[in-house]
Design a protein around this ligand. Sequence first.
Ligand code: UD1
Ligand code: CA
Length: 446
Amino acid sequence: MTAILTIVLAAGEGKRMKSSTPKVLHKIGGLPMIGHTVKTCKSSGADKIAVVVGPKHQQIEELLHTVDANIGVVTQTEQLGTGHAAKQARPYWENFEGYVFVLFADNPMIQPETIENAKQVLDKGADLVVVGYEPVSPKGYGRLIMQGDELLEIVEDKDCTAEQQKIGFCNSGIMGFKADCLRAVINKIENQNAQSEFYLTDAAAIARAQGWSVKTSKSPEDEVLGVNDRVQLAQAEQCFQSRMRKNAMLKGVTLVAPETVFFAYDTIIENDVLVEQNVVFGPGVVVKTGAVIHAFSHLEGATVGEGAQIGPYARLRPGTNMAAKSKAGNFVEVKKSDIGEGAKINHLSYIGDAQVGAGTNIGAGTITCNYDGKNKYKTTIGANSFIGSNSALVAPVTIADGAYVASGSVVTHDVEKDALAIGRSRQTNKAGYAIEIRRRWTKDES
Ligand code: UD1
Ligand code: CA
């Protein structure tokens, strides 16, 4: 197996995003763009990844190191062009033996198969491969000037003659080099062009002039969608969502209205899960087989067990673990809580920092009062207990197995196993007093 080094260029300023956040940190499916690119590099077999960032991009470096401490980061102090950027990764390519791929961080939708196809062109003998594609409108892209299956040169849009502008086969930005070829051409790149930039794309003509074999491979257009502004960011999001929906359905998940369901990059849904309309999955969600996510639910950082039922209109927040066959019904919010097997929270509740045992029933309107304005406290409810409607459980508090809390209680002390807790003021009925009230009203009116 040939070793692969992938250089990801991410030093551009991304001015058109009009943002104080570096462009490649804007998210798609809850993951920064650069994270998508790095993931793809990894699944396409990169042995080493080096990312070229701009001087003010400390945040990108931090993010990359949380993803993988092994990723190399180099700084390009001045943005003098893609050729100059790739050159900055010299410590990585200088003594490397194998294939060197160069990718753009603002092409987050690229798929491993496309890189694999390009790799095969190198395997078959090419020294340099450029991934081309045919965009609906080629305006703005580098044109691939072909002679048969040989690539003669890449001409940037701004440097194109009128004749060249008509060419529809464009540079996606992805290039693969045999390391020797890269070393032989990269120092020869100059900046005599319309933008006075060092274009990496010039490598094609230089390599050819030196006698290297320069070929192309192809990519579908949606994979090389460049993100330069927020309109394109939304397009990339749409592309990502349609891929996720299709994957989920092909894996056996029913999406009643796929276009209304939104996934995160890491959503895991097992087969035979039913997802109704208008459901949003934030990062960190796992849904086990047989579960149903009813309409208008929002889940993030939560695990939904086998056959569990969520929603409609439920919100599961990070740290929630709904065991098999449990239920969180309409207008129920659960945060950082373990809900035991078959336990039910059917209506209008807030359960936070809690542990709820198997088979327990939490009545409508139950609230765990987990926060005193400064600290958070835990509520522990055992198995097969019953919490009557509209109870307030003031944490820290423990309600043991089989206990019963009368509705409308404010529970401030622990409740022992199988005990009944009633924490509310006693009702008094005054016989005939309603008549007296009505009598007073008629007196006032007369
Ligand atoms: C580039 C290609 C063009 C191709 C198009 C596809 C060149 C010269 N042109 O043009 O042929 O059709 O992409 O989208 O390569 N970057 C740096 N440092 C720099 C300049 C750029 O790291 O000094 C990075 C940017 O962050 C970006 C990538 O390189 O991720 C591409 O740069 P950009 O300026 O967007 O190139 P395009 O003009 O789009
Ligand atoms: Ca670009």
